[in-house]
Design a protein around this ligand. Structure first.
Ligand code: GTP
Ligand code: MG
Length: 453
């Protein structure tokens, strides 16, 4: 037991293109375990689902033969497609691992590719869920069965079709520089990405994907997952939300240590560090409860890894993606410094001449700047928030016209910025807006090429 408590629950991010089945996959994982003991119960957290190892082993399959020393898995569903980028910690990605969900019938789509690029930049291990296999024409559903069993029940044509589709994915992954294989043919998890055919609707392949995740965690991450279970809490702010009756709240993923009511916390605002005292910690109640006051259950403390809502005074201006640190035993200055440092980290690679970039969160900004960096595109300024008039004016004065551009990822352009852009003196400035990093990049590069001519 002592050994277990020293290893925290790995955090798994579920990513992928819109409608490919991320939420359904998590729903299925939640629904398919037989919950018999309180200890083994799957619990809903703020922004996350905690699946204890008991619940996973109960799903059976090949998993029951694996010896496991992690406490479970904390799954984070990324709504839409880009939220993964808000999840950062220790100057890197918050997630220890990821599931990239791909509709096997549709193959890779823009956000699939974006997810893979982000995972590559952060070197996050991941598994591919080749989802919606039940939609393959002629598929015979074997409810809840592991892949091997269900595959054996399919006729040759269907088997061939599945193979072809899996190889299409292998080819696409290879184009992106990843070597991959159907999971049951992979022997070296470090070299090959596993592709697991799944159906979130019928539960086929679900136990396999959990097994692969546990394998990844066991083999490659147990060192990183060691924590002091009662150390001061460290987390990442997922969202900043006003809640009726609670005021401003932070939805936080706690990845290390413990967070208690009454703790002093340090978080980042747009241009200052914010200190606050935790007034309440709130866990979501089961869906059935409707009254606002009853949506949350108050708890006194919470231990990593977990998702929790934090209510405290003075939270106005906290930015999504901010680190959160608990002050304890005279470490206040150190914590303030740490938060400051983590927020500023991403501004390290700024140049005197370069594009201006904007994004909705710190993580998104970092993901964008990393991608630009890998294409040798310089960045002059990187800030969270909407595009302002000031940004346009600044872009207008950049010496190199090829850098007179603003790239806005997931963030709006303010009306007075639009007005300023319409000014004839700003005709050489362009704003690129959108929700997919590499499309923004393509658009910018294309504009640049045209300008060069
Ligand atoms: P966003 O959160 O909007 O990005 O979508 P998502 O990836 O969470 O997809 P979601 O789970 O909402 O699923 C989208 C649609 O696909 C829903 O209608 C699901 O019922 C359906 N779906 C998801 N997985 C499967 C599957 O394995 N088989 C079938 N037949 N349908 C599926
Ligand atoms: Mg979803």
């Amino acid at each position: 037991m002592a050994k277990q408590s020293a290893i925290r629950t790995p955090i798994v991010c579920v990513m992928g293109h819109v409608d490919h089945g991320k939420t359904s996959l998590l729903d299925r994982i939640r629904g398919s375990s037989v919950v018999s003991t309180e200890e083994g119960a799957i619990t809903q957290h703020i922004g996350a689902t905690l699946v204890p190892i008991d619940a996973i082993t109960r799903m059976g399959g090949a998993l029951s033969q694996v010896s496991v020393n992690i406490p479970g898995l904390l799954f984070i569903d990324t709504p839409g497609h880009h939220a993964f980028t808000t999840l950062r910690a220790r100057g890197g990605a918050l997630a220890d691992m990821a599931i990239v969900v791909v509709d096997i019938n549709e193959g890779f789509r823009p956000q699939t590719i974006e997810a893979l690029q982000i995972l590559r930049n952060y070197k996050t291990p991941f598994v591919i869920a080749a989802n919606k296999v039940d939609r393959i024409h002629g598929w015979r559903v074997q409810e809840g069965q592991p892949f091997k069993k269900t595959f054996a029940q399919q006729n040759e044509r269907v088997q061939g079709m599945l193979e072809t589709k899996v190889y299409e994915l292998v080819g696409k992954l290879s184009d992106l520089g990843f070597s991959s294989e159907r999971f049951d043919r992979v022997s070296d998890f470090a070299r090959n990405i596993c592709i697991v055919p799944t159906s979130a609707i019928t539960g086929e392949g679900i136990s396999d994907i959990l097994m692969v995740l546990i394998g990844l965690a066991q083999r490659y991450m147990t060192e990183n997952l060691k924590v002091s279970a009662d150390g001061p809490g460290a987390g990442t702010v997922l969202e900043v939300k006003e809640e009726r009756g609670l005021g401003m709240t932070l939805d936080v993923i706690l990845y290390d240590g413990i967070l208690k009511v009454g703790d002093e916390i340090v978080v980042a605002g747009n241009d200052q560090i914010i200190e606050a005292k935790v007034r309440s910690l709130l866990k979501p109640r089961p869906m059935s409860e409707i009254l606002i006051e009853e949506r949350f259950e108050r708890v006194k403390s919470i231990t990593a890894a977990a998702g929790i809502k934090v209510a405290a005074p003075k939270l106005d201006g906290v930015i999504a993606g901010s680190p959160l640190r608990v002050v304890r035993g005279g470490n206040r200055d150190e914590m303030i410094e740490r938060v400051r440092h983590e927020v500023q980290d991403i501004q390290v690679n700024l140049s005197d001449i370069g594009v201006i970039i904007r994004a909705d969160t710190i993580g998104a900004l970092e993901a964008l700047s990393k991608e630009l960096e890998s294409h040798q595109i310089q960045v002059m300024r990187a800030t969270v928030g909407p595009v302002t008039r000031h940004d346009v004016i600044e872009a207008g004065t950049i010496k190199d016209p090829l850098y007179s551009a603003i790239i806005a990822f997931n963030t709006p352009v303010l009306p007075d910025a639009v007005d300023t852009l319409a000014d004839t003196s700003m005709s050489h400035v362009s704003i690129f807006e959108g929700g997919v990093i590499y499309q923004l990049l393509d658009d910018y590069v294309e504009w640049r090429e045209e300008k060069k001519q």
